[in-house]
Design a binder for this molecule. Structure first.
Ligand SMILES: [Zn+2]
Length: 299
């Protein structure tokens, strides 16, 4: 789950309000040299802005329907475009897709504490009473951020989908997120879905959930993975991101998202290499991420 970004180090500028923020300075990890990386990302993002505006949201929903995924973006072309690109990458890697992708007003329909979260991936049926609507591994995006104003470099900036790319870039700049790429949120949530599927396939689902076998003991593994990274916190913060230290689930999602971003062509958003060929600088972090993926990390 992407947590409340208001908790992250932040910044503001009244000039930024209501402005197309795509033209602002960009920081994200990937493509080598930082200055060149920012330049390339900026050029690529201009192209993606056009594609996002042209995005056929109904067409993306049909694309998912043909893959057996129930998707409803409620007209949000930013989310639809990002999910389509993320799904193409996941299909290329033969990774499972979420069973359902939807939009909710988190403050009213999910959980008030998550009112300013970008998105979540559900682990359990019953979570926050949405069990009948969203099966496990569903990815749900927040319809409204309730428009809080956050500070970015001492300047005000509204937290909403229009400013989404700009806010992510700054979250990468501060080290809060592992990458500020504009479609890192769909990738991050798809990564949770993949991880959960791997754990349920291996250990069984903690609740009866087709097609997994039922195993209440899996709850203990999930509890361990919901704990913060603990003694490895500083290393994970340095190598992955600060948010990656929040829980072990986030360590994995943040790491895979960064590795995928570093493995794609910025313009086509398609893979140029296998993301698992990207390694963490720190071998300890690499080992920890592997243990989290396998659900064998010690409590
Ligand atoms: Zn997450």
């Amino acid at each position: 789950m992407i947590v409340n970004l208001l908790n992250s180090p932040s910044y503001t500028n009244s000039n930024l309000k209501g402005k197309n923020l795509a033209d602002n300075a960009i920081a994200f990890k990937g493509y080598g040299n930082k200055v060149l990386c920012d330049y390339i990302y900026k050029k690529a993002y201009q192209l993606h802005r056009v594609n996002i505006l042209k995005c056929d949201v109904k067409g993306v929903e049909n694309y998912f329907r043909n893959l057996g995924v129930d998707a409803n973006f409620e007209g949000n072309n930013i989310v639809a475009y990002g999910c389509h690109k993320a799904a193409e990458i996941f299909r290329k890697l033969n990774f499972i897709l979420p069973p359902k992708i939807g939009m909710l007003d988190f403050s009213k329909e999910y959980h008030p504490d998550a009112k300013n979260a970008w998105a979540v991936c559900t682990l359990f049926h019953e979570r926050h009473g949405i069990s009948n609507i969203f099966p496990p591994r569903s990815v749900i995006f927040n319809k409204f951020m309730h428009n809080p104003v956050i500070q970015i470099n001492g300047k005000p900036c509204s937290l909403n989908w229009e400013n989404y790319a700009y806010i992510l870039q700054n979250d990468a700049k501060t080290g809060w997120m592992s990458t500020g790429h504009f479609f890192s949120v769909p990738l991050h949530e798809f990564a949770h879905n993949l991880h959960t599927h791997h754990l349920y396939s291996k250990f069984g689902s903690p609740e009866p959930a087709f097609p997994y076998r039922f195993n209440p003991f899996t709850n203990e593994i999930l509890k361990t993975l919901k704990k913060p990274i603990g003694v490895y916190s500083d290393q994970v913060k340095k190598d992955i991101s600060e948010y990656g230290t929040d829980t072990r689930f986030e360590t994995f999602a943040e790491d895979l998202t960064e590795n995928i971003i570093q493995s794609i062509d910025p313009f086509s958003l398609t893979l140029t290499k296998h993301p698992f060929s990207v390694h963490d600088d720190n071998p300890v972090v690499e080992r920890i991420v592997g243990e989290i993926w396998e659900g064998v990390i010690q409590p």
